[in-house]
Design a protein around this ligand. Structure first.
Ligand code: CA
Length: 232
């Protein structure tokens, strides 16, 4: 399932950068170059997240944000603001924005914020089919709200990276991911071709935490010569 991001920004070069990187990460994007259009698309297109510039023609970002919240929309809004506009950030958050990012931003930081904010709102439903299944999956569950993982109802202490790896594998249970694919998804390294042993280390640590017997994994499985997967 692709998440849809609405970009409301009047600087075309920034829209181009955002679109390119979001599409590459698997997001669908729609664009508005002024506030009024942004407001319309925010209500008609039902995006999963809105990237909202503040200084916009027709209707500024504050107004868009305020209108959306007044209409009862709870779509996450990530404000894009220039570095010097400190008071704008505060004002934007007061109006109901969820987060902000300052220009010039790093693409990696932006993607991390987008993902975190979508995750926060979506809650988790480790796919319903998986939860209904009375096998391994019933024992391990993810809570996207708290970024937590539980085994047999007990919370596990996971690092952010361990959590993200668990989320990737559980949501795609049965699918084998190569170390390089895991690097790209969890470490956000695009086209990573270097040292992927970090993945093995993380898997080993995770097994210590989630497996009954880490030496004989039943959840986090190795497909020899291929990679890792979460057993179905
Ligand atoms: Ca602008």
């Amino acid at each position: 399932m692709k998440h849809k991001v609405l970009i409301v920004e009047d600087e075309k070069s920034i829209v181009d950068i955002l679109r390119f990187n979001l599409n590459r990460e698997g997001f669908e994007t729609i664009e508005a170059y002024d506030g009024a259009t942004g407001l319309v698309l925010a209500t008609t297109e039902n995006p999963d997240l809105i990237l909202l510039d503040l200084m916009l023609p027709e209707m500024d970002g504050f107004e868009v944000c305020r209108s959306l919240r007044e209409k009862g929309s709870n779509t996450p809004i990530l404000i894009i603001t220039a570095r010097e506009e400190e008071k704008d950030k505060v004002f934007g958050l007061d109006l109901g924005a969820d987060d902000y990012i300052t220009k010039p931003f790093s693409v990696r930081e932006l993607l991390a914020r987008v993902k975190a904010n979508i995750r926060r709102v979506n809650g988790v439903t480790v796919s319903d089919a998986v939860q209904a299944d009375d096998t391994n999956h019933a024992r391990i569950s993810i809570d996207k709200n708290s970024f937590g993982v539980k085994k047999d109802g007990k919370s596990l202490e996971l690092t952010q990276r361990e959590y993200e790896l668990m989320q990737l594998l559980i949501e795609n249970a049965g699918k084998v991911y190569t170390r390089q694919e895991i690097m790209e998804h969890v470490w956000n390294y695009e086209g990573y071709i270097g040292d992927v042993r970090g993945v093995d280390v993380t898997v080993r640590r995770l097994r210590e935490k989630i497996e009954d017997d880490p030496a004989k994994p039943a959840f986090l499985m190795t497909r020899r010569g291929m990679g890792y997967y979460f057993s179905i």
